[in-house]
Design a protein around this ligand. Structure first.
Ligand SMILES: Cc1cc2nc3c(=O)[nH]c(=O)nc-3n(C[C@H](O)[C@H](O)[C@H](O)COP(=O)(O)O)c2cc1C
Length: 179
């Protein structure tokens, strides 16, 4: 993963990953999120999001998530089975100030437009509420994806190469399989 990120570091779209969750009716829901960080030792991927978006309620109902991530340059697909935790600034000693500060002004504004997915009241431009930008917006959060299974497919190899990795009792096991 670290190698794939390094190879693709100049292509911003290589940071877009698809994350599927399960809603309260058992229906899969999927969306694109921006990869923010990787803790390779503990196999944790992080993204940032808004607590008011449906994915948060879905993950609170069922913390399992599935990630699909394709790197066009290296022609590799990673599929991750994960459990998730949601980090909220100021709760349980969590400090998301550095993640908030890393956002552009435009990125910060997305958290200040109002309730996501609610009907717009007029056709005028969205107005961000004014707040002190030095600390995270109240609905800003981080989602940590704790990877427990990896399905890796490399299309560049000839023949294609696929391997499965599984975390059990703190130990990773790996097997090479027919693609
Ligand atoms: C390229 C791209 C990147 C995105 N990055 C994020 C992100 O990092 N965090 C986020 O919450 N939503 C991001 N979104 C918006 C989500 O795809 C989604 O529309 C929004 O989070 C609401 O999702 P939900 O209704 O499933 O909760 C991104 C969308 C696109 C197209």
């Amino acid at each position: 993963m670290q190698k794939s990120l390094q190879i693709s570091k100049d292509t911003p779209e290589s940071r877009f990953l698809q994350v599927a969750t399960i809603d309260e009716s058992g229906v899969p829901q999927n969306r694109t999120l921006v990869f923010r960080s990787l803790d390779a030792d503990s196999a944790v991927l992080s993204v940032i999001s808004d607590l008011r978006t449906p994915k948060i309620a879905e993950l609170r109902g069922d913390p399992r998530a599935s990630i699909c991530w394709y790197f066009t340059r290296s022609r590799e697909q990673f599929r991750f089975a994960c459990s998730t935790t949601i980090l909220v600034h100021g709760i349980d000693g969590v400090d998301l100030t550095s993640q908030w500060k890393a956002l552009s002004a435009q990125g910060k504004k997305q958290f200040l437009w109002g309730e996501p997915k609610t009907r717009r009241v007029d056709d005028g431009p969205l107005q961000a509420t004014v707040q002190d930008n030095s600390s995270p917006a109240p609905h800003f959060c981080q989602i940590n994806f704790h990877v427990v299974e990896v399905d890796y497919l490399n299309l560049k190899a000839n023949p294609q190469y696929r391997e499965l990795h599984q975390l059990q009792d703190g130990q990773w096991s790996s097997v090479s399989v027919i693609p």
